[in-house]
Design a protein around this ligand. Structure first.
Ligand code: ZN
Length: 258
């Protein structure tokens, strides 16, 4: 018992040290980068359809403390969505008795546990992003479905309107690490639905990410394809590993010395 407590304390301490040091790098953003972000935001603000005050790049403050990673389990608790997001309440694909959200949540929890063991702060988010939520990196986890059982592969997308100018780099990293961990085929074309994912749409919804959140969405594979199911349903730890490796490899969220 004593030994267990001691081990836990050592792990906690080691974890705290790592991301604590990395925090400076993660939060560092040059004046030029900030100016470019403000410029992008000014160009898009006219599209605003959310009647409340929408967040601006100027008021962005990264979360305090260690590096915070948000893993959203797509469609999880979507039936609780507020009125502004009522269209998402009953979406998502399925395979036989398994709903998409269940597969997404398993992968999110496995990846989250691994990241916490490394010293990251992790939030497993449901379909509805809490207002004013902040993280250093947000990854929404989904699975595809198709009428054609032959359709297979994964795809990763950054927001179509990315105020940070950094999400495409993160997407490239995740495409690489996910492919390496799972052996699944990368589909190079992201769908409009991914690029315009509701959680990215701060111009329209209160329950959306701050525009300065580096955000990604991944379709981990097709639940309707036998080969893809061998990973996303039968070996979700491999899908989770692909996500963990991306967080570790992406310079903004990388741990020092690893
Ligand atoms: Zn989905």
């Amino acid at each position: 018992m004593k030994l267990t407590v001691l081990t836990a304390a050592v792990v906690l301490f080691a974890g705290f040290e790592g991301p604590g040091v990395a925090r400076a790098a993660a939060q560092e953003q040059s004046a030029a980068e900030r100016e470019a972000a403000s410029e992008r935001w000014r160009r898009w603000r006219n599209y605003n359809r959310y009647p409340g005050p929408i967040p601006t790049p100027e008021e962005w403050e990264p979360p305090a403390g260690p590096i915070r990673i948000a893993l959203q389990a797509g469609h999880w608790r979507a039936d609780e969505a507020p009125r502004e997001l009522r269209r998402i309440r009953y979406n998502g694909t399925r395979w036989q008795e398994t709903a998409e959200w269940e597969a997404n949540l398993v992968i999110a929890r496995l990846a989250g546990a691994e990241l916490e063991a490394l010293g990251y702060e992790v939030d497993i988010l449901p379909a509805v992003v809490p207002p004013d939520y902040r993280a250093h990196l947000f990854i929404s986890i989904h699975a595809d479905g198709s009428d054609s059982p032959a359709a297979s592969g994964y795809r990763v997308s950054a927001p179509r309107r990315d105020a940070t100018g950094r999400a495409e780099d993160a997407a490239r990293v995740l495409r690489e690490t996910y492919g390496a961990a799972t052996g699944l085929r990368n589909l190079p074309v992201a769908t409009r639905r991914m690029q315009n994912y509701y959680a990215f749409n701060y111009r329209r919804y209160e329950h959306a990410l701050h525009p300065m959140t580096i955000a990604l969405i991944i379709e981990t594979g097709f639940m309707t394809n036998a080969g893809d199911r061998r990973i996303i349903l039968d070996a979700p730890e491999r899908a989770a590993r692909g996500i963990v490796e991306a967080v570790k490899a992406y310079p903004v969220t990388a741990l020092p010395g690893r």
